[in-house]
Design a protein around this ligand. Structure first.
Ligand code: HEM
Length: 396
């Protein structure tokens, strides 16, 4: 199909080209997404040269079948036309490679491993909350360090290394920090050197952590670095921003905070709503393997399709007239914040557990939380990031 026969939807440029939370749409990206959905399930972005799936149904359909829509030709729009000597992450692979890679790390995320992490999560949350005053920046003071401490635990590296991991993770997500491409490359080189060093140590002194698992799996250094970088970034920015966004919403809505305090059995539903609401991964991309239909549009072989989770998670056809409302008791809540299909987030249960622990600990300590001033967002089209939000905490 030639570009001239594609229905061009300029709104996709407003949403994606300059950063989802950037420029004019920084305050109200959701209105733009609602207009995009109203224009149809699949739109063509002329400037970017890719399709955008904005409805829940089409995002799910394109996620579920790698023989129609593959991951091996990039998952972010800046990767269009770029080829790698070997896949930079497991997310960039398709079966059978993907099946093999996933099976390698899956044991680190099995239910018994997640259960064993629980007391560590509680310990980290309590120590951080103990250190807070009555007025805090929820991002800097809590949601930045907490997931990083958990990742250190998971990867089997000392917890006091978390600040180093923070910088590395920031430079790995395009748009998350102000580093130049040269600075990013240099810092990433330092990170990979460190991570390979840790894996070499784990080969000699194995533990029951992810790095020891990778060290014993007979992978190449490049493959090990690929996993390490992915686990470091994937489990960090995502959890941080989901927590920041959800806690901010609870601070804006004291009734829902009190409802949760009174009924802790709502915490799992509240965690799902935080995931849906924040959609911290704004999109990932697929590439059509053959000419195929998506939402009544023919997608030509080789065309790229952006799966706009942030929009699918507000789709009125699925979430009804309250789709644009934050509701801690929403049920059912079939959000796509963790993706769908074979690449469904491997860290989903860890993330859910982290959110649940943090909510429970905060509800114990604070009779109310109040938002003071504006929320500052990061300028990224990939991660819906929150940079700063001041909260006033009233101890119970
Ligand atoms: C709120 C938290 C999180 C969100 C919103 C999130 C989101 C996602 C999404 C949307 C995908 C699907 C990728 C695709 O279909 O192409 C994914 C995959 C993945 N996530 Fe997460 N994630 C979160 C937490 C975590 C954590 C805590 C970890 C690990 C420590 C993690 C590790 C991964 C990995 C390794 C994959 C690749 C899976 C595969 O390709 O099979 N994520 N995540």
């Amino acid at each position: 199909m030639t570009a001239s026969t594609r229905r061009h939807e300029p709104l996709t440029e407003a949403v994606l080209a300059d950063g989802f939370f950037a420029g004019e749409i920084v305050e109200e990206p959701w209105q733009h997404l609602a207009q995009l959905r109203a224009a149809g399930p699949v739109s063509w972005n002329e400037g970017g040269g890719y399709w955008v799936a904005s409805h829940h149904r089409e995002v799910q359909q394109a996620s579920v079948d790698p023989t129609r829509f593959c991951s091996g030709q990039g998952i972010l729009t800046f990767e269009i036309g770029h080829t790698y000597p070997s896949p930079p992450t497991m997310m960039h692979t398709d079966p059978p490679d993907h099946t093999r890679y996933r099976a390698l790390v899956a044991p680190a995320f099995r239910p018994s491993a997640m259960k064993a992490l629980h007391p560590h999560l509680v310990g980290h949350a309590r120590r951080l909350l103990d250190s807070l005053g009555d007025t805090i920046d929820i991002v800097h003071d809590f949601t930045v360090p907490f997931p990083l401490l958990v990742i250190c635990e998971l990867l089997g590296v000392p917890a006091d290394e978390w600040e180093k991991f923070y910088l590395w993770s920031e430079v790995s997500v395009p748009g998350a920090s102000d580093h130049t491409p040269e600075q990013r490359l240099a810092i990433q080189g330092e990170m990979i050197g460190y991570l390979l060093g840790v894996v070499a140590q784990k080969k000699m002194h194995p533990g029951d952590d992810v790095f020891s698992l990778l060290a014993a799996a007979g992978l190449t250094d490049f493959e090990i670095a690929m996993f390490a970088v992915q686990l470091l970034t994937a489990g960090n920015e995502t959890v941080r921003n989901t927590m920041s966004s959800g806690i901010i919403e609870l601070a804006r809505d004291p009734d829902q905070w009190q409802r949760l305090r009174a009924d802790r059995s709502l915490i799992p539903l509240a965690a799902e709503e935080m995931l849906r609401w924040s959609s911290s991964v704004i999109y990932f991309m697929r590439t059509a393997v053959e000419d195929t239909d998506l939402g009544g549009t023919t997608i030509a072989a080789g065309d790229h399709v952006v799966l706009l989770y942030a929009s699918a998670n507000r789709d009125e056809a699925v979430f009804g007239p309250t789709a644009a409302q934050f509701d801690i008791a929403r049920s059912p809540n079939p959000h796509l914040a963790f993706g769908f299909g074979a690449h469904y987030c491997i860290g989903a249960s860890l993330a859910r557990q982290e959110i649940g622990v943090v909510l429970n600990e905060m509800l114990d300590r604070y009779s109310s939380i109040e938002l003071v001033g504006d929320v500052q967002r990061t300028r990224s089209s990939i991660i819906a990031g929150i940079q700063k939000a001041t909260l006033a905490l009233t101890p119970s």
